[in-house]
Design a protein around this ligand. Sequence first.
Ligand code: NAP
Ligand code: ZN
Ligand code: ZN
Length: 346
Amino acid sequence: MTTVAAYAAPAAKAPLERTTIERRAVREFDVLIDIRFAGICHSDIHQVHEGWGEAIFPMVPGHEIAGIVSEVGPGVTKFQVGDRVGVGCMVDSCRECDNCKAGLEQYCTGGNVGTYNAVGKDGEPTYGGYAEKIVVDENFVVTIPEGLALDEAAPLLCAGITTYSPLKHWNAGPGKKVAILGMGGLGHMGVKIAHALGAEVTVLSQSLRKQDDGLKLGADHYYATSDEATFKELAGTFDLILSTVSAPLNLDAYLSLLKTDGAFVNVGAPEEPVALNLFSVIGGRKTLAGSGIGGIQETQEMLDFCAEHGFGAEIELIRADEINEAYERVLASDVRYRFVIDTATI
Ligand code: NAP
Ligand code: ZN
Ligand code: ZN
C-alpha cells in the first residue's frame, strides 16, 4: 500500500479538501500511474452532490486522468515505465459478458467498476483522479499519443469518448447535419469531433455568449435556445442532435428540430427525470436514444483520432485548492471548456 495525497469530499455536498488515501500495492497486471492532470467532469459534481442516488464518502472524484507509468506488475505487457497513459470512467468489468467481449465494457451486464464512487472486485472502494497516483489494471489503461499534450488530453478520457462514441455510432459525417446541444465540457468536444468527422455542425446553446469560440472550434452555425425564433427557423433540420445538457430539458421542443428518421441522442445525465410527449417521436419516425461513455478499445481509437487531427480539449488549468470554485463555475455554465487540475498542486 502507498499513501498518496488527494482531494476528497468528506460527505455529500461538502466542499472538497486535501486528504490522504491508500493505493493498493501493484498486482500482477497492474500499472502504477503518477497522475499529472485530472479533468473536472460535471458527473463529478452530480456525484459529490449525491444527485444520482446514494454515494460513497469520502469521495475522491476524477475520471479524466492523464499521467506517466511509474511501475508495472510482472504480468503487464501493454505498458512500460515512462509511458504516457490515460484512465477514464472504468477501472474493471466482468470481462466475460457479451458486451465486454464486444469491447462495450461500459455496458457490462455483470457491472463494471467505476473509477471512483464504486466498489472494486476486492471489496475496496475506488478513488478517482484528484490524487497524486492511481493503480489500475492494464486492460483499463490507454496510451496517450505523443502528439497530444497531457493536460489537454485528460478531458478526452470522458468528454472526448462520450461524444466520439455516439457521433460515430450515429454516422456523423459528410452530408449530415449535426446539432450539439450545450457548449460545455462534452459539448465543445462534440463540436470538434463532429467537425473533424466532416459533419455540418450547429451549436444550440442557451445564449450566444460562447458563439465566437464555437465557430472557432469548428461549428458552422450557432443558435441561442433562449430565442424562440430558433425553434421556428430550425424545425425539421437535423439528422442528429447530441444533447450534453446536464439539466432537465424540453425534449419535445428539440425533437421537433429533427428531420424524418432523425435521432436525438442524449448523453447528459440530469438529476431529475424529464417529460416526453410520445407524439414527438411518432411523427417523423424519430429516434430517441442514449449513450454512455465508450469502450476501452474505442477510447484508444478516439485518442488516436484526436492526435491525428491535432486537437485535445480547450482547458483552464487550475490548482487543487481552486476545485470548489471551479465546481461553482461549471454549475453556472461558465466553463471554457474544461477545468483541469494540475495534480502537482495537491
Ligand atoms: P458542463 O461542462 O457543465 O456542460 C453542460 C452544458 O449544458 C452547459 O455548458 C450548458 O451549455 C448546458 N446547460 C447547463 N444547464 C442547462 C440548462 N438548465 N438548460 C439548458 N442547457 C443547460 O457539463 P459536462 O461535463 O459537459 O457534462 C454534461 C452532462 O453529461 C452532465 O450531466 C454529465 O453528468 C453528463 N455525462 C454523461 C456521460 C455519459 O456517459 N452519458 C459522460 C460524461 C458526462 P450552454 O452554456 O451552451 O447552454
Ligand atoms: Zn465524465
Ligand atoms: Zn461484462
